[in-house]
Design a protein around this ligand. Sequence first.
Ligand code: AHR
Length: 328
Amino acid sequence: MLKKISALFLAGATASVMVACGNAAGADSGSGGGGDDKITMGFSQVGAESAWRTANTKSVQDSAKSAGFELKFSDAQQKQENQIKAIRSYIQQKVDVIAFSPVVESGWDTVLKEAQAAKIPVILTDRAVDSQDTSLYKTFLGSDFVEEGKKAGTWLVEEYKDSKDPVNIVELQGTTGSAPANDRKAGFAEVIKADPKFKVIASQTGDFTRAKGKEVMEAFLKSNPDIDVLYAHNDDMGLGAIEAIEGAGKVPGKDIKIITVDAVKDGVQALADGKINYIVECSPLLGPQLVDLAKKVVNGEEVPARVVTEETTFTQEQAKKVLSSRQY
Ligand code: AHR
């Protein structure tokens, strides 16, 4: 594998070096390197917890293939320790670039310093880390999760603008400690705090999965008879919660209004069917931008420190119009 090295190093030395590249057991599903000038990218994915994640994985794999990359892909099954192992394995294999979507925000400095010491550039995709030292990664590509939370809150404030009654909200949070859970909660709280009638009466993690969303919503329904609104940090948890609401003999979208984030096909279908009231889009189609950024960092080109994904919101009427063309 021909490994391209940073512009700084290039200035004083050779243009490229041949580096042996072997597979570390169990850490990836790539085909191994050796003997060509392809860019080799190690990608550590969070897991397969949601339809969003499945679409994101496909986008990264398809884009890497079209760009002629050798992709070493690993699924961390929502565990930080698995991601750290995968990143260490990519360092050992001397890949050209490492990209990863951090399951949680904190605890990355040590392994990122190891990548930096090995002169392997790192790209954060989808989720952020809370490292103070931003030189540990080249760029962060993904959504503005605080903005997503604010959009959810803004819809709610508008929806209840003519009511003086208390609005009891339950919240299904994403994975504890993850950037989308932290930021979607914060953005939503920031907007609704303007009016004390909005009360978050229960808030718990559903780990971004349908099964956990259902289980936690069942518990919410048992202990809170007067829920007006569910705010779920993703569609999958919202869809699980819909099953719980229907199981409790209530009508989702009417007895309990539901706001979710993502806009995957099943979510948009439930929105068009009137079971969800509003969805804030979070796009998983990060693959094309990721491979462009990866090419640039491998070639020592400047890249922006932050690349924010473009996204929109959907009402029930809008969902009916876009449903047939929704890709994922
Ligand atoms: O990090 C993005 C979030 O992770 C998506 O909103 C959610 O569905 C996924 O699991």
